[in-house]
Design a protein around this ligand. Structure first.
Ligand code: SDX
Length: 428
């Protein structure tokens, strides 16, 4: 049997043999299907790209039916258990786990790019005290593009790597500054004696002590959360990173766009929305009433549930749920966890959610950990961005080095008005 699709256009009776590769057909092969020779030719129509592969990638593999997630072939459960965020960032970016010398070199590079220009600190002063930190983060990431004009040389591999290391090094600093700004606290400069996650906690929470000592359980939990959030193939924000980056703009501007996409409540903003939802529910007794509301009113969603790809339990949610209790042992239990666990139990027994294959996703439990760490809710999507930065940059790099890729520019189906003549205002 040939690896082809035979398509018959019943408008003309013509048949076409379309090659199949990787269980897909090339949309461009549809263009030969025409009624008249002068026609543009057939396209595929796929709003929100529900069934469209936009690229070939070798970074992250998800099996939504089986709840499988692997970075460069390594199961997420193993990486969460034994790796570190910086090691996972290297893996995503370079395709292989680093050797000891490569790891030491990467750590050195990242640690020597944690400072930001003082103008960035001054720029932050311009935000209101209650500005959402995601708004501050994506603005200051975009502003960084003005400090590194050479970053526009996106086709130079060495220059790309320097910008990648700068972004991975500086994002925690920007995030922590955004937090300190809204708290009205002085900014804390990076401490390169600490781990990547330990230094972030230092810049977030150091007060008057001479040097900050992160709680080891919190430091480890944060590092695992960054691993779990590091990449997720062609999600909304990775698509923004690839799409904006395909115009050959610098990576700071593209990453600011990815941040903007992540900010949305249906994407990375869901972890904040989950905690607000649990607070609104308030008690286990109120859960049945809330579930009833979700089922009757489509505008009310069970935040932290459902996924475009996972039609099974999100493997990341399993790791986070287990880790939550370890964090609570260290910093005190978040009482909302009892409501979340009961809500999950009730939902997973309810045919509405079972039939729609709605399971907890990465955002369902993560916010409870951030809250227990003492982070304000609007910082939760910022933590998501810190982890996903590595994935966005890996996707961006892969797009730039893929000979099949061009500037992203989809087509449309036009169903608007036909040609008509302008009517002067006086005649309207
Ligand atoms: C992330 O893409 C990624 O990989 C994202 C991410 C990553 O790591 O990058 O995994 C991170 O964004 C996780 C998702 C976080 N968002 C939320 O938790 C918000 C709540 N969930 C949803 O709104 C929804 O499930 C999405 C956005 C995640 C997925 O939406 P889809 O695939 O477009 O599905 P849909 O909106 O078309 O829903 C299908 C049906 C609908 O019912 P019908 O129209 O068929 O009757 O399921 C219902 C929806 O109403 N539904 C929900 C629901 N999610 C979907 N009903 C109640 N509660 C929900 N959470």
């Amino acid at each position: 049997m040939a690896d082809t699709l035979t398509v018959t256009d019943n408008r003309t009776g013509k048949s076409y043999e379309i090659p199949i590769a990787n269980d897909t057909i090339s949309a461009m092969d549809l263009r030969q299907i025409k009624v008249n020779d002068t026609d543009f030719g057939m396209m595929s129509y796929d709003p929100a790209y529900k069934n469209t592969a936009s690229c070939i990638s070798r970074i992250t593999y998800i099996d939504g039916g089986k709840g499988i997630l692997r970075y460069r072939g390594y199961p997420i459960e193993q990486l969460a258990e034994t790796s570190s965020f910086l090691e996972v960032a290297f893996l995503l970016l370079r395709g292989e786990l680093p050797s000891q010398s490569e790891m030491a070199g990467f750590q050195y590079e990242v640690k020597h790019h944690t400072l930001v220009h003082e103008n960035i600190r001054e720029l932050m002063e311009g935000f209101r005290y209650d500005a959402h930190p995601m708004g501050i983060l994506m603005s200051t990431i975009a502003a960084l593009s003005t400090f590194y004009p050479e970053a526009k040389n996106v086709d130079d591999a060495e220059n790309r790597w320097l910008q990648i290391v700068r972004l991975i090094g500086k994002l925690p600093t920007l995030a922590a500054y955004a937090y300190r700004h809204r708290r009205g606290l002085p900014y804390v400069y990076p401490d390169n004696e600490l781990s990547y996650s330990g230094n972030f906690l230092n810049m977030m929470f150091k007060m008057t002590e001479r040097s900050y000592e992160p709680n080891p359980a919190v430091e480890k939990a944060l590092d695992v959360l960054l691993i779990l959030h590091a990449d997720h193939e062609q999600n909304c924000s990775a698509t923004a990173m690839r799409g904006v980056g395909s115009s050959r703009v610098d990576p700071y501007s593209a990453l600011a766009a990815a941040c903007a996409a992540l900010y949305g409540p249906l994407h990375g903003g869901a972890n904040e929305a989950v905690v607000r939802m649990l607070q609104e529910i308030g008690s286990k007794d109120a859960i049945p009433g809330f579930i009833k509301q979700v089922k009757e009113d489509r505008s009310v969603r069970l935040m932290g549930f459902g996924h475009r790809v996972y039609k099974n339990y999100d493997p990341r949610a399993k790791v986070i749920k287990k880790m939550a209790y370890e964090v609570f042992d260290a910093v005190g239990k978040n009482p909302l966890i009892d409501i979340a666990v009961e809500l999950e139990r009730i939902a997973l027994e309810d045919e509405y959610f079972v039939n729609k294959k709605l399971y907890p996703n990465v955002d369902f439990y993560s916010g409870l950990i951030y809250q227990a760490m003492g982070l304000p809710m609007d910082m939760y999507p910022v933590l998501f961005a810190l982890g996903r930065c590595a994935g966005w940059l890996a996707q961006w790099q892969e797009m730039l080095t893929d000979d099949e890729q061009r500037i992203a520019r989809p087509r449309q189906v036009y169903l608007g008005s036909g040609s008509r003549d302008y009517v002067p205002l006086s005649d309207r």
